[in-house]
Design a protein around this ligand. Structure first.
Ligand SMILES: [Cu+2]
Length: 184
């Protein structure tokens, strides 16, 4: 009988450890495509911008702005979300210039993702992120830095969650172990 109990306790501990370590390994959604595309030169001002993601993003927390050099946001209406597509209508009369579409949505796995899509209209100069004397071109690595930074923050939050889940799993395992060993 004792042998059976030890075996049962072992199974409980083993399965709890597996459960605690098998935190969902789902990656967050990616931006599949966008209109305008990254670096696109549009001949005329778009009436709207749209973003298509690899999965349906969550209906909360979606934000899109389209800014020019002065920081003006040209998005004219509420951001619309339809499954994996996020759309934002723009004000008319956007002059030929460089712009940045900055987006943030909540991935289907629950944490925020964000990015920047630079584009230009007509023969406008690409938007310069850090205006400096003699700086003519936007530095695309800045956008990359922003993206990787937010990814790191997301991973930090996920790690906290994983540690919490692992802790809960171990607590359950200890409880069940004591419960099994105490049984007559
Ligand atoms: Cu994710």
């Amino acid at each position: 009988m004792f042998r059976t109990r030890v075996f049962a306790a072992g199974v409980v501990v083993a399965s709890a450890v597996v459960l605690a370590s098998a935190v969902p390994a789902t990656a967050h959604d990616d931006l599949s495509s966008s209109s305008p595309a990254v670096g696109e030169v549009m001949t005329t001002a778009p009436e709207a911008v749209s973003l298509v993601f690899s999965e349906e993003v969550l209906p909360l927390g979606a934000a899109v702005i389209v800014v020019d050099q002065t920081g003006r946001d040209w998005v004219a209406a509420e951001v619309m979300l339809d499954a994996a597509t996020v759309t934002a209508e723009l004000a008319s009369g956007m002059p030929d210039a460089g712009y940045e579409l900055r987006w943030r949505v909540v991935s289907s796995d629950g944490h925020p993702i964000s990015g920047v899509v630079p584009f230009t209209i007509g023969d406008g100069e690409p938007l310069t992120r850090t205006p400096a004397p003699g700086a003519g071109e936007a530095d695309p690595t800045n956008a990359m830095d922003l993206q990787s930074q937010s990814t790191q923050e997301n991973q930090g939050a996920l790690r906290v969650l994983m540690i919490g889940l692992a802790g809960a799993g171990i607590a359950v395992a200890v409880f069940l172990l004591i419960f099994f060993l105490r049984r007559p």
